[in-house]
Design a binder for this molecule. Sequence first.
Ligand code: MLT
Length: 312
Amino acid sequence: AILTASTALAQGYPDRQITMVVPFAAGGPTDTVGRLIAERMSADLGQQIIVENVGGAGGTLGAGQVAGAEADGYTILLHHIGMATSATLYRSLPYSPQEAFDYVGLVTEVPMTIVARKDFEPADFAALVTYVKENADTITMANAGIGAASHLCGMLFMQAVEAPIVTVPYKGTGPAMTELLGGQIDIMCDQTTNTAEQIKGGTIKGYAVTTPARLDIFPDLPTVAEGGFANMEVSVWHGLYAPKGTPPEALARLTQSLQSALADPGIAEKLAELGTAPSPATDATPEALKAKLDAEIARWKPVIEAAGVYAD
Ligand code: MLT
């Protein structure tokens, strides 16, 4: 019998290397998650997943590149909460976040930390809030561009302390961390996948976590709610996407491979060291990712509109 294309695809997919676009610079938190799962999925798929960092415009350049890529199963995108916030922040995106992609599944949900260069004056979170209120125009805060998780958290922080801080955008919080370590930038709100090692090592100062409860790895770091700012709570969920129209057999194989990677004890252990955990198999599904994206677009739209912060 003549093999139908989909049968051939199912039996043969993947038959060559896959590109995973990470829409932020190498060395940052999104890149860390991307490379961790790409390596494990490659072993499962029997083909190499190559990570391509496409930074800029808060992740929308990389997302746009995948939205326009060949929908053949050989280009995928790792993105996070920024896919949802960009839908409101950008009034003229070259792609529609809710129509341009097929869904593979949720990957992980990462806490954020408010951090500063190690010799920053304030001793604790309360002192930081007071200090920022009084010195907002001389303090610099890094983010990864409008649409980044660090941008969202920074926006929430500025709303909470009611102080407009000078923000400096980077192509990712990997490069931003380099300048924080060097003391060229004062503060940042970034994911534990990028800050945990540095906080543990004392090379930067941790002030608070943006999760409802304190983190096991940082029992002494207060939550933003303890500091009086419960509306600053935000965790950075990550999802794996493919261009719309990717063959269903390829998507199914990618979901299966993602779930096998997330079930790997080594992945869970590494993510735990970085303050997070793999998404459960019930969330590492196309349906769960689509539901999460739709809900998060609806959740952040009014918050962004109230802040009046847009990328034009
Ligand atoms: C973000 O702020 O969205 C991420 O930290 C960007 C990155 O992964 O570099």
